[in-house]
Design a protein around this ligand. Structure first.
Ligand code: SIN
Length: 286
């Protein structure tokens, strides 16, 4: 049978899951997120998300209302913390963009590379999930990398696991929002969280430190804390733990901040990148 535009864009008849990489991630097929989500579909989403940590749906046509409604299926959206309003209707909507209008950025987190991090880890109650929807993407770069924090923890040498067991680390958000800054005296917000946290739904342990925001480990001399953190960052960013997502307009990703980290690759400031983000409030990490 000849392939036509209709057959190309036809949804699979039913919900289906395709793994994205050996590290993590799954694409969900057969769902249009503008349709209502039944309890049984919600459960399928949750099961897939807990198993694969990041879920992708392609070719979605989502306005702000439908993205917020989809997010609300999984919990209360968190108000953006940037101090700026990106939507007149939804305080939870944040634009991630390098686009400027009248010389002013229309989004948060400007151009280029971004170090690995977990959203809102500098707050007492970090985000459990982030939903990012692509509207415009550059022809090259601006990819989002995801690292599996369960696998990173499980693969640590036993002596290092023992050294960090039961300890907390300080996570601080500074004016340098995309790369690690030399100091954090001017942190806008900071919080101590366990270095290793237990996921409330799966019961699995995940390494909960990141290069962008984790600053020191409690109870260790500064030199040792710096050395251990450097080892942990290098360890968790190894390609074997990472899936790199190359965006297409219409993609929506939902990732679990409790067991993944994410980063962004560089891209040309001469090309437009515009994504819409909503986060869902989580729980105090334990
Ligand atoms: C984010 O860290 O929430 C944004 C990631 C991206 O722009 O790819």
């Amino acid at each position: 049978m000849a392939t036509t535009a209709t057959t190309l864009h036809k949804k699979p008849a039913a919900f289906a899951v395709q793994q994205l990489s050996p590290a993590l991630g799954a694409e969900i097929l057969g769902v249009d997120l503008r349709d209502p989500i039944s309890d049984s579909l919600k459960q399928k989403f949750l099961d897939t998300w807990h198993e694969h940590l990041v879920i992708l749906l392609r070719n979605q046509r989502l306005d702000e209302d439908s993205q917020v409604r989809f997010a609300e299926t999984f919990g209360a959206p968190a108000k953006t913390t940037s101090g700026r309003a990106f939507s007149t209707k939804h305080p939870s909507v944040m634009l991630i963009s390098n686009i400027r209008e009248d010389g002013k950025p229309i989004g948060a987190l400007p151009d280029g590379e971004m170090h690995f991090h977990s959203d809102q880890c500098h707050q007492e109650i970090p985000a459990k999930a982030t939903l990012l929807y692509a509207i415009e993407v550059p022809s090259k770069g601006g990819n989002t990398l995801f690292s599996n924090a369960y696998s990173a923890y499980e693969a640590l040498p036993e002596d290092l696991k023992a050294r960090i067991a039961g300890r907390r680390a300080l996570n601080a958000y500074t004016t340098d929002t995309t790369v690690r800054s030399a100091n954090y005296d001017d942190a806008k917000s900071s919080h101590w969280h366990p270095v290793v946290r237990t996921h409330p739904a799966t019961g699995r342990k995940a390494l909960y430190v990141n290069r962008l925001m984790t600053r020191e480990i409690e109870g260790l001399a500064r030199d040792e804390s710096d050395a251990i953190l450097q080892r942990l960052f290098d360890h968790q960013e190894q390609p074997k733990f990472v899936y790199e997502h190359v965006w297409r307009p219409g993609d929506i990703l939902m990732w679990d901040n409790r067991c993944t980290l994410h980063a962004r690759t560089d891209f040309s400031s001469g090309e437009r990148r515009l994504l819409r983000r909503v986060t869902i409030l989580g729980e105090k990490p334990v």
